[in-house]
Design a protein around this ligand. Structure first.
Ligand SMILES: Nc1ncnc2c1ncn2[C@@H]1O[C@H](COP(=O)(O)OP(=O)(O)O)[C@@H](O)[C@H]1O
Ligand SMILES: [Mg+2]
Length: 416
């Protein structure tokens, strides 16, 4: 069987990575320019981490020095320090001798070297006790770690580009104080250039408002969707290259899967698997592939649904069918919604849980974070109130813009 030309796990590289030329250029430039500070933000599954890793890799191959530290899994500030130390040792250690030992020497008692069997490298790690120490002590160590990276760059006459991926998660450890602390450190470094990247636009936009820690400090790169026309033709080209005829399926995939790179790639991947036997992918295969994506998540979505209050469930139903205009009397009555403040509360809770995203486009607008969850609500949870729509149903654009949404009365298309 032909190898699937789409990858959906982890970071994509090589032939599996496409486009992002402008973004890569800006990130590379920021990583190389001493003391520059760039914010890269956009929704998750857009392809930020893949682009950041590739940009750092390109900088290193062009005799520069850059690395990525992923903060998303850190449970303490001490863990953040470890991510930075390990990233530095792994990436810079390939070009410079004794990076780990050098960092450990600069950090003295706080850091020791452990041998990583998998990579064969010595990795600097802060002492385990630090994870249980006072926040102040943990922050002081993070400051020393970043100072050590800056000193290392200075002493070697170089600039080190450091990407802090999912940096907004630092606020989990002390809220705004943590942001000010990070700003203070970053500001004093002339030999490190920082790229702060994050996936929570509603939090990040707040972090750069006047009066907040990162106000007026960062250049900003908004990481949006890949151009849909380009992406559609790339998808078809990849399919053809792997022996599957494709004409029109690329555009249909994007129409259904929405704007996020990973969602699109996932539908394309399933679509390819479905089409490989016949050697031909048609637009209808995109619909079937999307339905597969919804079905695969059935257990997880059903569990999630069970944990919602009945009112939150109704809000999701209304959003799936009516889009905006949740406060109109008609929508309210149709979906059993409570007062508009209760609707706002439900929406805010679902945004916090990462299930909806909130955008400011002339007032707050809400959308499902995942097109698959939207498809699940449409295909599984609307029958409760007597509405049958195909799993791929999306609110027509006009309904989203207007205040009173046009409501489909009956199922007009066949369910897939
Ligand atoms: N430039 C790209 N070309 C093709 N697929 C991509 C690209 N960027 C991202 N993807 C797809 O999206 C998935 C998630 O990408 P990732 O970089 O982890 O996004 P983010 O960091 O924004 O959440 C990848 O595993 C891949 O399937
Ligand atoms: Mg990421």
């Amino acid at each position: 069987m032909a190898e699937n030309p789409f990858r959906i796990h982890g970071l994509v590289t090589g032939e599996f990575f496409t486009d992002r030329t402008a973004e890569l250029t800006r990130i590379r430039d920021a990583l190389r320019r001493p003391a520059s500070k760039l914010l890269v933000y956009g929704y998750r599954r857009m392809g930020k981490s893949s682009a950041l890793a590739l940009a750092a890799d390109q900088v290193n191959r062009q005799r520069g020095h850059a690395f990525v530290a992923d903060l998303s899994t850190a449970s303490t500030v001490a863990d953040v320090s470890n991510r930075i130390l390990q990233g530095a040792a792994a990436a810079l250690g390939k070009r410079w001798k004794n990076v780990a030992a050098d960092l450990a020497a600069r950090l003295q008692a706080t850091v020791s070297l452990t041998h990583d069997r998998a990579s064969g490298l010595l990795l600097p790690t802060v002492s385990l006790q630090l994870r249980r120490a006072d926040l102040e002590d943990q922050r002081a160590t993070l400051g020393s770690v970043l100072d050590a990276v800056n000193d290392l760059a200075r002493d070697r006459g170089a600039t080190i580009g450091l990407v802090l991926d999912e940096f907004q998660d630092i606020a989990r450890f002390g809220g705004e104080d943590a942001e000010w602390h990070l700003r203070g450190i970053i500001q004093r470094h002339d030999h490190v250039s920082y790229v702060l990247a994050g996936s929570k636009p509603h939090l990040i936009r707040r972090m750069i408002e006047p009066g907040r820690a990162f106000y007026d400090m960062l250049d900003v790169l908004y990481f949006g969707p890949i151009d849909p026309t380009y992406f559609a033709s790339w998808i078809e080209q990849r399919m053809r290259g792997a022996g599957v005829a494709a004409d029109g399926v690329g555009a249909r995939i994007i129409e259904i899967a929405g704007a996020r790179t990973r969602d699109i790639t996932q539908v394309a991947r399933t679509c390819f698997d479905r089409a490989v036997a016949s050697g031909k992918a048609e637009p209808r295969d995109a619909d079937l592939a999307f339905a597969d994506g919804v079905a695969e998540r059935d257990d997880a979505f059903a569990d999630f649904w069970q944990q919602l209050t009945p009112h939150q469930q109704n809000v999701l139903r209304a959003l799936a069918v009516a889009g905006e205009g949740l406060t109109s009397a008609e929508t309210s009555a149709r979906f059993g919604l409570a007062s508009s403040s209760a609707v706002s509360q439900a929406l805010a809770a679902l945004v916090d849980a990462g299930r909806l995203v909130r955008e400011e486009r002339g007032g707050a607008r809400y959308e499902f974070d995942s097109p698959f969850l939207r498809g699940w609500v449409v295909s599984r949870a609307l029958l409760d109130i007597g509405i049958a729509l195909p799993v791929t149903y999306r609110v027509p654009a006009a309904a989203v813009v207007g205040t009173a949404a046009a409501l489909p009365r009956q199922a007009t298309e066949a369910s897939v």
